[in-house]
Design a binder for this molecule. Structure first.
Ligand code: BES
Ligand code: ZN
Ligand code: ZN
Length: 411
């Protein structure tokens, strides 16, 4: 509520022409730090705009924001909240910008370049695997999706390591389809319209990694993006093709439009094999089914571990990002059986599309605790929201930051 109130108030003040704004939030249940952080996040996110491609930019902009904290004993906490709020909001806006940029700009190569800038700025390690590297390493599922596109795929691996000993090692994976045409199982015009946002999970990874070096948590975090387009062409993957993922499982392509789970299968396999994490989280604009189930205001959570699921839900609550858990009902896996391969990438049974997609991905997690956030409904908004305009929402960035902060044990 504080976040939303600050967003509404600051947006209104801006629209009335105020360039310098001072906010006083009377003490409520929150600590001074939490209150200040919520105000700054609200103000920053609520006044976000994407006008890079407009000739006439909006002249009304907020130049400065002052927080009033009359109680001297609260000043230090408020100052820390101000800093955190700004870091969290800037990371979210980086993600929004990437989602709002069109697919002719945000290619896999562009994402890799942006990862390079973020790595350089924050002193992070970055590894980029090219198409041939991925093929050699056995990522047949990912490479199969990429084979129809003129744009070279880029497998991006970012690493943040704390100076002192890390308490945990976690992997964060984002779906990075820079445009999803559906492939040979081509989408309709309506279905394809918004598919530049099919890299919103990847954008959230990059937002997170911009923030990590500024927050310095005592947690080792790896970020993975198997970036590619999904395009139809003479070289495109065909329905009925069989590919082999990095963990050895073969997959029959029942539908080339169920491409996200194929790219994520290899990212998960890579994480299990080469990083050996304590736990993994992925974010993906994965299914239309999750939009049917939960609408545009709630992200779907599916997890192989109750403990991890509870912590992700707790983090989402801190961030104010609505998230609801769906069950990984084992019986639904039967629909993924194939006559000619270990798995089919779509189900022969009706319904529960979001759960079925997650069950498919679980086959590639090697028993490592894993949580999956289906953000197909929440990554992009067709109408103005309390915390931002139409377009990319930057969803999950702040949930991830709260999750890492909780692992770090301070905040
Ligand atoms: N990127 C889409 C999912 C999506 C749909 C995101 C709507 C945002 C809005 C995904 O790759 C896809 O096409 N999924 C198919 C899977 C189906 C073929 C099993 C879907 O949900 O229809
Ligand atoms: Zn698709
Ligand atoms: Zn997709």
């Amino acid at each position: 509520p504080v976040r939303r109130a600050a967003a509404a108030a600051v947006r209104r003040a801006r629209d009335l022409g105020a360039a310098s704004i001072a906010v006083f939030m009377p003490p409520d249940g929150l600590s001074p730090r939490e209150r200040a952080q919520a105000v700054v996040e609200g103000a920053w996110l609520g006044t976000y705009r994407f006008e890079k491609y407009l000739k006439e930019k909006n002249s009304k902009v907020v130049r400065s924001l002052t927080l009033l904290e009359p109680d001297r004993r609260s000043a230090a906490g408020a100052r820390e909240g101000l800093r955190l709020g700004r870091v969290w909001a800037e990371a979210t806006c980086l993600t929004r910008d990437l989602v709002n940029e069109p697919a002719n700009v945000v290619t896999p190569t562009f994402l890799a370049g942006r990862a390079g800038e973020i790595a350089k700025e924050g002193g992070l390690t970055l590894k980029i695997l090219e198409r041939d590297d991925c093929a050699t390493m056995g990522m047949g599922a990912y490479v199969g999706v990429a084979q129809g596109s003129q744009e070279p795929p880029k497998f991006i691996h970012l690493t943040y390591k704390p100076k002192s000993r890390a308490r945990r090692r976690v992997v964060i994976i984002g779906k990075g389809i820079t445009f999803d045409s559906g492939g040979l199982d081509l989408k309709t015009a309506d279905g394809m319209l918004r598919m530049k946002d099919d890299m919103a999970g990847a954008a959230a990874v990059l937002g997170l990694f911009q923030a990590l070096p500024r927050l310095k948590p005592r947690v080792e975090v790896h970020g993975l993006i198997a970036a590619t387009e999904n395009m139809p062409s003479g070289t495109a993957q065909r329905p009925g093709d069989i590919v082999r993922a990095m963990n050895g499982l073969t997959v029959e392509i029942g539908n080339t439009d169920a491409e996200g789970r194929l790219t994520l299968a290899d990212a998960l396999s890579y994480a299990v094999k080469h990083i050996e994490p304590d736990e993994m989280i992925d974010m993906a604009t994965l299914t239309g089914a999750v939009v049917i189930a939960l609408g545009q205001g709630v992200s779907g959570l599916m997890a192989s571990s109750d403990d991890l699921a509870a912590r992700v839900l707790g983090a989402a609550d801190v961030a104010g990002e609505r998230t609801w858990r769906l069950p990984l009902h084992d019986e639904y896996k039967d629909g993924l059986k194939s006559d000619v391969a270990d798995l089919n990438n779509i189900s022969s049974q009706r319904g529960a599309g979001a759960i079925v997609a997650a069950l498919f991905m679980r086959e590639f997690t090697g028993g490592v605790p894993w949580a999956h956030l289906d953000i197909a409904g929440t990554a992009f908004t067709e109408r103005e929201l309390p915390l931002g305009p139409k377009g990319g929402t930057g969803v999950t960035v702040r949930t991830l930051l709260a999750y890492v902060a909780a692992l770090d044990g301070r905040r």
